[in-house]
Write a protein that binds this ligand. Structure first.
Ligand code: ZN
Length: 249
């Protein structure tokens, strides 16, 4: 039936709920584009089980006692953290998707009450052993949202492109924020002029590791829906978003 076919070819945008249509295909994954906000996303998203299997099969990261390239990661994290000095000194800070905790430790060294959250048991076990002066939470978004904590500054780098839809993470960010809370987001920028004309040739277009690709406008729209204004956009030569949001009063 024609109707059934049309239903299969349509999907609600996981960011804005708008009508979306097939845009292309990469490595066996169908990629849809939202007609309302231009979000690109894998459809259907892999199930939680499929993602867990993917990450356990392909994970190159931490064990409880080992984290790859720890020293160079620590140095890079500290340099990166300096940009956020004034948001960290004397503040309570959260790195969302903190992995082995190097960025959390960098914020602590700047004088923050530094927390990290990650769902990886190995990463959090490593982080707790290696960085005992920081606080680590091994929780998913829903559990962390119910923690009762609030933060002055939240940091998320290389997270938003990995998760199936933004709303679980955004609900957590909202629950952990208060008026004036700042949230930094780094994620690939599908609207950047340096993205290849054939976006499927872009190295960031790598499902199922990446599942959704934002632009500055549609990410700002998502944050606006949770009470955050875009406070600052750091310019990037490479196709990456580097955005700071502030919770409205
Ligand atoms: Zn949309």
């Amino acid at each position: 039936m024609e109707d059934t076919h049309e239903q299969d070819a349509a999907a609600a945008c996981p960011a804005c709920g708008g009508a979306s249509a097939p845009d292309g295909e990469k490595d066996g994954y169908a990629v849809f584009r939202c007609g309302a906000c231009d979000l690109l996303f894998v459809h259907p998203f892999p199930t939680a089980e499929e993602l867990a299997r993917y990450y356990s099969d392909n994970y190159r990261g931490a064990t409880a006692t080992f984290y790859p390239k720890l020293n160079s990661r620590r140095r890079r994290a500290f340099v990166k953290s300096l940009r956020f000095l004034r948001y960290a000194v004397g503040r309570r800070v959260l790195d969302i998707g903190c992995g082995g905790g190097v960025m959390v430790d960098a914020f602590r060294r700047l004088g923050a009450d530094a927390h990290g959250v990650d769902i990886s048991v190995n990463s959090i076990t490593f982080a707790r052993n290696r960085f005992p002066r920081c606080t680590f939470h091994c929780m998913d978004f829903d559990e962390m949202a119910r923690s009762g904590l609030t933060f002055d500054f939240m940091f998320t780098s290389e997270l938003m492109e990995h998760i199936p839809g933004p709303h679980g993470c955004m609900a957590m960010i909202q629950a952990l924020s208060k008026p004036g809370t700042l949230v930094y987001v780094a994620t690939p920028d599908a609207g950047h002029p340096a993205v290849p004309a054939d976006i499927y040739a872009w190295d960031q277009m790598c499902p199922p590791e990446h599942l959704q690709w934002f632009t500055r406008d549609n990410l700002a729209r998502v944050f606006d829906g949770y009470g955050f204004d875009l406070a600052r956009a750091f310019p990037k030569k490479s196709p990456a978003l580097s955005l700071l949001f502030r919770r409205r009063g």
